[in-house]
Structure formats: structure tokens, C-alpha cells
Design a protein around this ligand. Structure first.
Ligand code: FAD
Ligand code: FES
Length: 297
């Protein structure tokens, strides 16, 4: 289990974007950001008085990007000045975070959990598949492979166009813009009919892209984050093609540090035997084969 970092009560917000449905915060935390790897998460709570009543729990969010002092994606480790989170505004916790302003402090714990080991060999090609707000950690995954010769694909699934953020600073599509900036090829699917878009789920789009993709299979990798059903379907697509697949589980998490056991998910040990996984400390990033998908529904 990774050591639990000490909480910090006053991590400064350097920048905020929101369109009322989604939010993005840039947080000034260079030391924590330099330790962070893709797949890890932070727990955040806005101070009292910023929003509707919220309970005492910090809320978990995937790390979205390494940020430099100008608020751009950090181009190299020496330029890391903080990290960004991207979130859907759902209830009191996320409403309070979206109400923060530049210079406000936030209660911060992280980085938490297990993510990608940056020293592991880079694949020749990676398919980063994000469903809904599960797309948040995928930009970080691409950013962490910036120096590798890896062909990087972001496959992002929404239901309808209103599921895309419309941040004031990114008029022509935030994820499209960021994927391009990070050297990732961008593919978007929508379940409801949208002109010029692939109609269907991001998993169906992944299947189509894999069919059309030239080259062998052994050096591709799939990584997925989103609703459980979407990750299960992605794991199946990868398994059918003998592709390694990792998923980032977003179970309900209260403490984020392995104490409360609210995040336990049915899984398998190394020998295939049934065993529960504490997703906040053993994950959120897990080999898809470790999850007992048949028990998840
Ligand atoms: C590892 C991880 C990474 C995540 N990454 C992102 C991300 O990058 N972007 C994003 O938009 N969302 C992410 N989520 C989901 C996000 O944490 C929830 O949407 C958020 O906690 C909702 O809080 P709320 O108060 O606004 O909503 P509410 O629905 O009002 O919350 C009600 C109560 O449920 C609890 N609760 C709700 N969802 C969760 C949850 N997932 N885990 C624990 N408690 C919960 C809250 O503590 C609160 O007490 C992630 C969740 C996990 C576990
Ligand atoms: S969230 Fe408490 S043990 Fe995982």
C-alpha cells in the first residue's frame, strides 16, 4: 500500500474554468504534482461558505494534467507547478469546488492510489478510452507519454453534445484542443445522433478503430475509465484481441486511504482466486483481469 500523504488545508486555486455543468481547477501544489502519476487521484473539499451545505468528506477526482506556471500542460517535469482536475458538477461537493475563485484555498489530500509506473516500457500504441467524466485522467495518460514514440489515441464517448464542456477559454472544444496539444489523435462518439460524429458508444468506436488500425497487436495497450459497464465492455474488446487492458475504477470512496473499506470491489488475486480489492489503495488503476466483472453486472 502506498504511504498516505499528509492533508493540506490551503492549496491555492491558480485558475478555474466552469460552464455551470463542468469545472476545471488548476491547483498550486508542485511537490504533490511531481510525485503524481496517471491513474492516481486526489481528494478535495472546498472550504465552508462557498456553496450549499456539504458533508465533511473530501471528494475523489482523477488527476487530469500536470500544469506549468502559466496554466498550460507542463512540457517537462522541471516545469511542473501544479495539477489540474476536471469534474462534472453533480451535488454539493462539486458545486462548492466550482464556486471557488482564483486564490482561494482548498482542502487537499494526494496524490492517492496506484497509477502507471512511469519507468515501465511505453507501448507502440495506446488507446485511452474515456466514458463521460472518465475521460478526465486520459489526458494525463497521454501527457505522461509525451517523450515516448507511442502513437496515442483518445477515444471519448458522450451521450449527446451537451455532455461536452463549453469552457469560455476553449471555444472550439476543450478535449479536442487538449488532445491535439498533447499529440493524441482524438475520436469522439455520441450515443444520440449527432451530425458528423460516430453514433454509438466509445467501446463500439474503439472496436471500429481497432479493426481499421494497421499493425500487429502485441504492442498495443488499452486503458479505460468510465462507468463500470463501459469498462467491462472495453475489457472484453481488448481480451478478444489479446490486448493488455487496464481500467481505472471509480467506486464510491469516502476516505481514499484504505481505512473505511467503502470502495471495495469484487476481484481476483494473482492465482485467480476470488478476493476483494480495496480500489483506493490497490487501484484505482488495475489490470482488467483482476476485476471480477461477472459479479459486477
Ligand atoms: C477515484 C475516483 C476518481 C474520480 N474522478 C472524477 C473526475 O475526474 N471527474 C469527476 O467529475 N468525477 C470524478 N469522480 C466522481 C466524483 O468523486 C463524484 O462525482 C463526487 O464525489 C460527487 O460529489 P458531490 O458532492 O458533488 O455529489 P453528490 O452526489 O451530492 O454526493 C453525495 C454524497 O455521495 C458521496 N459521493 C458521491 N459520489 C462519490 C464517489 N464517487 N465517491 C465517494 N463518494 C461519493 C459524496 O461524498 C457525498 O456525500 C471520481 C470518483 C472516484 C472514486
Ligand atoms: S475509500 Fe476508504 S478504504 Fe477505500
Amino acid at each position: 500500500m502506498p504511504p498516505t500523504p499528509a492533508p493540506r488545508l490551503n492549496v491555492k486555486v491558480r485558475r478555474k474554468e466552469t460552464d455551470g455543468r463542468f469545472g476545471q481547477l488548476h491547483l498550486e501544489c508542485p511537490d504533490e504534482a511531481r510525485r503524481a502519476v496517471p491513474g492516481q487521484f486526489v481528494q478535495l473539499r472546498a472550504p465552508e461558505g462557498r456553496a450549499p451545505q456539504q458533508n465533511l468528506l473530501r471528494r475523489p477526482f482523477s488527476i487530469h494534467l500536470w500544469i506549468d506556471a502559466n496554466g498550460d500542460p507542463a512540457p517537462s517535469p522541471e516545469r511542473i507547478a501544479g495539477l489540474a482536475v476536471y469534474f462534472k458538477i453533480i451535488g454539493p461537493g462539486t458545486q462548492a469546488l466550482a464556486a471557488l475563485e482564483q486564490g482561494d484555498g482548498v482542502d487537499f489530500l494526494g496524490p492517492l492510489g496506484v497509477g502507471r509506473d512511469l519507468s515501465e516500457p511505453a507501448p507502440d500504441r495506446v488507446w485511452c478510452v474515456g466514458g463521460g467524466y472518465g475521460v478526465a485522467p486520459m489526458l494525463f495518460w497521454g501527457q505522461s507519454l509525451a517523450d515516448a514514440a507511442t502513437e496515442k489515441h483518445l477515444v471519448y464517448g458522450i451521450n449527446q453534445l451537451s455532455d461536452l464542456p463549453a469552457f469560455p477559454s476553449f471555444s472550439d472544444g476543450y478535449f479536442h484542443y487538449m488532445a491535439k496539444a498533447l499529440g493524441m489523435q482524438f475520436h469522439l462518439s455520441a450515443v444520440h445522433l449527432v451530425r458528423d460524429l460516430f453514433v454509438g458508444t466509445c467501446v463500439a468506436l474503439l472496436e471500429k478503430l481497432l479493426e481499421a488500425a494497421p499493425g500487429g497487436v502485441g504492442r498495443d495497450e488499452v486503458v479505460a475509465c468510465g462507468p463500470m459497464g463501459m469498462m467491462k465492455a472495453t475489457a472484453l474488446v481488448a481480451w478478444q484481441r489479446h490486448l493488455p487492458c487496464r481500467v481505472m475504477l471509480e467506486e464510491m470512496m469516502a476516505c481514499g486511504t484504505g481505512v473505511c473499506r467503502s470502495c471495495v470491489c469484487p476481484g481476483r488475486g494473482e492465482d485467480g482466486s476470488a478476493r476483494n480489492i480495496t480500489t483506493c489503495t490497490e487501484g484505482p488503476l488495475l489490470d482488467a483481469a483482476r476485476v471480477a466483472w461477472d459479479e459486477i453486472g
